[in-house]
Ligand binder design. Structure first.
Ligand code: HEM
Length: 433
């Protein structure tokens, strides 16, 4: 009772003395009813075609910010979260005072998907694992991966060329293809020559993802994942299979540790990447896309001790919600054109794109910043560059603009795009020149 009633009251009082308010706590459910209502309303229909996606994707933040200001308290059940969208405060949380904060326990479904992975580890276990994995993603190693990634992209585009061979154009639901491409690239990065087995593991994980997504839609009951329901039993079986296959692969990698990853991409594609101006432009386009549509729309940290954040006094155990998407769309930081797609804003580099040097944080910040960042950017740039060599493209008439979030940002009704072959290139290729 004390936990569910008096403690929330005390916390509300503690913050209101500091000028921080929020929607009032309700016994046990906190603000869950309003949160779900706002989310359901926002996702009930597609939105007009605009990059102003905050009201749809983070509807609760957009709604309560108007009433209580950008820094407010919101209750996820009896758990309180303080929203923090000020880049100076974000810098404190992730860099200058990061030792006072820890990663939030992942949602049980995410833990199940990820296993004992880097994302949800803490303390020494995390530091040890991160140290082992980091070299894989160093720029020198990634440079060696360019032909590997380019081959995956080229194989995908070859299939699109085939699909468009009759009429010269084809409509493609790109989100599924790019999901497969990413799996392909990560499998090659992580598993090298044991590629086929790596693919099989991804298939098993995809099934897990489906089960998790299904469960996510339902009300989350603590302890539910331990019940021997049909879905849980399926999920446990899959989990066992994934672990067994991974162990086999890791063992094999240990045995063949000298083995090189192979890639046989045409050399002229590398030339494309080397053209400095093209590279600059691609970086700007990828950055602007990640600004407007950051796949991780928010992240959470928990105060390990009583801590000062700017002038605020934060009691131990308080969770801080950093709405990455809201920071990226903030007009006070990015100017009046914050909701426009304008890659040129990155022309003088990331640090100068906005009024604050840390306003662009699609990969997080500080020690727990994304380990796959360089690989992700490399893949996006290569995919774009090679696609532009072969096709022009535009949204399909059937596209419905409905960005939404289930763990990550994704298009609710898919992303159908019409690709038109560049006839010059097709002709010259057909003639073998
Ligand atoms: C566009 C693509 C990607 C985006 C936007 C992204 C975003 C992020 C963000 C925001 C974090 C920090 C989360 C936090 O601080 O709470 C993170 C962490 C992480 N990401 Fe990514 N990521 C991407 C691609 C990848 C890829 C391709 C990999 C693996 C190959 C990867 C592996 C990881 C790992 C392991 C962590 C945890 C690092 C740690 O806690 O030490 N990510 N990512």
């Amino acid at each position: 009772m004390a936990l569910l009633w008096w403690r929330p009251r005390k916390i509300e009082h503690h913050f209101s003395k500091q000028g921080i308010r929020g929607p009032p706590y309700r016994f046990f459910i906190g603000n869950a009813k309003e949160l779900v209502g706002l989310m359901l309303k926002a996702s009930s229909q597609p939105m007009p075609f605009s990059h102003n996606i905050l009201p749809r994707v983070l509807s609760f933040y957009h709604h309560w910010k108007k009433i209580y200001g950008a820094t407010f308290l919101v209750w996820f059940g009896p758990t309180v979260r303080l929203t923090v969208a000020d880049p100076d405060l974000i810098r404190e949380i992730f860099t200058s005072k990061s030792e006072f904060y820890e990663k939030n326990e992942a949602h049980p479904l995410i833990r199940q998907l990820e296993g004992d992975g880097l994302l949800s580890l803490k303390g020494e276990k995390w530091a040890h694992r991160r140290k082992i994995i980091t070299p894989t993603f160093h720029m020198e190693n990634l440079r060696m991966l360019i032909p590997v990634v380019a081959t995956s992209v080229t194989e995908m585009l070859d299939k699109w060329m085939e699909m468009s061979s009759d009429s010269g154009e084809v409509e493609i639901e790109v989100s599924e293809w790019f999901q497969t491409l990413t799996e392909d690239v990560i499998t090659k990065t992580a598993f090298g020559s044991s590629y086929q087995e790596g693919k099989a593991i991804f298939r098993l994980q995809a099934q897990q993802m489906d089960l998790a997504a299904e469960a996510f839609q339902k009300v989350f009951i603590p302890g539910y994942r331990f019940f021997p329901t049909r879905r849980n039993m399926n999920s446990w079986k899959l989990d066992k299979e994934i672990k067994k296959s991974l162990m086999k692969l890791i063992q094999r990698r240990k045995e063949n540790s000298g083995e090189e990853m192979s890639g046989n991409c045409p050399k002229d594609l590398l030339g494309l990447m080397i053209q400095a101006s093209m590279k600059e432009m691609l970086s700007m386009i990828v950055n602007e896309s990640l600004r407007l549509y950051p796949p991780a729309i928010a992240t959470i940290r928990r105060a390990k001790v009583d801590v000062e954040l700017g002038t605020y006094k934060i009691p131990r155990g308080t969770e801080l919600l950093i709405p990455i998407l809201a920071v990226h769309h903030d007009q006070a930081i990015w100017g009046n054109d914050a909701n426009d797609f304008n890659p040129a804003r990155f022309s003088e580099g990331v640090a100068r794109a906005a009024k604050h040097p840390l306003a662009f944080i699609p990969f997080g910040l500080g020690v727990r910043t994304c380990i796959g960042q360089n690989l992700a950017i490399l893949q996006a740039k290569l995919a774009l560059a090679i696609t532009l060599q072969r096709f022009t493209f535009q949204l399909a008439p059937t596209y419905q603009h409905a960005p939404t979030v289930l763990m990550l940002l994704y298009p609710q009704y898919g992303a159908p795009i019409v690709f038109k072959r560049l006839s010059d290139r097709v002709d010259s290729q057909d003639q073998g020149s």
